[in-house]
Design a protein around this ligand. Sequence first.
Ligand SMILES: NC(=O)c1ccc[n+]([C@@H]2O[C@H](COP(=O)([O-])OP(=O)(O)OC[C@H]3O[C@@H](n4cnc5c(N)ncnc54)[C@H](O)[C@@H]3O)[C@@H](O)[C@H]2O)c1
Length: 504
Amino acid sequence: MYQKRPGIYMADWWDADGRRHRKQFASSQAAREHEHRETALAHAERAGRELKLAGRGGIKRRPAETTNGTLEPARGKLGIMIPGMGAVATTFVAGVEAIRKGLAKPIGSLTQMGTVRLGKRTEGRSPKIKEFVPLAGLDDLVFSGWDIFEDNMYEAASNAGVLEQRTLDQLKPFLSSITPQPAVFDHNYVKKIDGPNVKKGKTKMDLAEQLRADIREFKKTSGATRLITMWCGSTESYIEPTEAHQSVKSFEKALRDNDEMVAPSMIYAYASLMESVPFANGAPNLTVDLPVMLELSRKNEAPICGKDFKTGQTLMKTDLAPAFKARLLGLSGWYSTNILGNRDGEVLDDPGSFKTKEESKLGVLEHILQPGLYPELYGNIFHKVRINYYPPRGDNKEGWDNIDIFGWLGYPMQIKVDFLCRDSILAAPIVLDLVLFLDLAHRCSDLRGLGIQEWLSFYFKSPMTVPGLYPEHDLFIQLMKLKNTLRHLKGEELITHLGLEYYD
Ligand SMILES: NC(=O)c1ccc[n+]([C@@H]2O[C@H](COP(=O)([O-])OP(=O)(O)OC[C@H]3O[C@@H](n4cnc5c(N)ncnc54)[C@H](O)[C@@H]3O)[C@@H](O)[C@H]2O)c1
């Protein structure tokens, strides 16, 4: 769905034969509903056709393939460029350096600590993921970034106050050596902050060219063989897609015309994809979640993924909601509130930025619980999300949930979750996994031309999918999808958990 002009909204979907359709509506709600309905119909139609084919013996199981020649090894350095060198970015980079020095362990990182089961349960084959697929090693990572403040990574990490000063001091020479390049910034998109380290240009296209020059320069000076851009910048004000975002042609015109609907994060995304650099989006902004970026990503074989890291409260929500649905327990209300005092909290205190975050947080329940299929259980949910800026807490957020459920004969029950978490401690391992997996996708002939890497949904609150396809939010389905993708890449059998063969 996108806004064509004020008051005119376009539903935008693909039919069962892969043809794209658009229809005009007077409200975004009506356009979105139409898009969902048509997409569901297209999926049902496709599923019906597949069943028919299977009945006639027309669908053959794909033989297990070996990946020789299609999965390139991770040779040389991997350069990681981060727009937004704040709490998350510095906790990630400082963490990688602490792990490289043997000072700490990569807790929370699937790529570093996770395993993947291969074959039958009786085979006892569960290698570490990093030994199963060719990921870049931590020693091969080099870093760069952009920020509106001039602080180097040591100063920025000290200001963020996430990691203990004692730890940061042990890493000081390394962190101090990473200084931000001037940012592409527009105060209208992030109203609560302003800084001096900002690029100047007559048009947004000029700014994009400057970012492209930064990217090429970093590749040269760092000696990296491959690059990834990882958006860790502030949450931008809420906007809906417009005509400008529908194709590369219209987007480039918008860049030249200084169209106000082109947000800074989109300029970074455009510059990266033009340089064939994969892009991941950790914030809830649209950024790469636009037809123009999908077109560029596919054309230049630079994978994309996003949006909004799935950390504290939403991580809990997407763990609990599937359990309610699995047991057919009803839900009447879910009230979620947060108090946090870091700069992210300050930015989200602005209604425009909060609206972007709110949209991202609200979507998950509807997609997991499927009220259309279970109207008596989930047809009437009151879902509220609040974020309150409360400086004394710093990065140590409190995410509090009151959940009203009902069971047998409609009897009500309540669940309370009080998660005293650390935002950036939860986000840093996600950043590490994303850059390593995106780099893997870029080296893989099966994945690099797909554009959106839906198998990385596991890490996001608002996972990207091709237009019209509803996202999968259930954490455990997402994990299965991720691991099955790795098995597929290596020609291993996919695990369905059917398990009848153990009882033959
Ligand atoms: N920590 C989490 O658990 C979590 C979870 C989900 C999403 N996020 C998102 O990740 C992002 C980073 O979070 P954080 O806690 O590090 O925030 P932060 O405020 O500490 O850091 C963001 C940094 O981005 C910089 N910035 C803003 N606009 C920029 C631009 N156009 N170019 C370059 N730099 C820019 C700011 O100056 C700041 O240093 C936020 O959007 C946040 O909503 C964080």
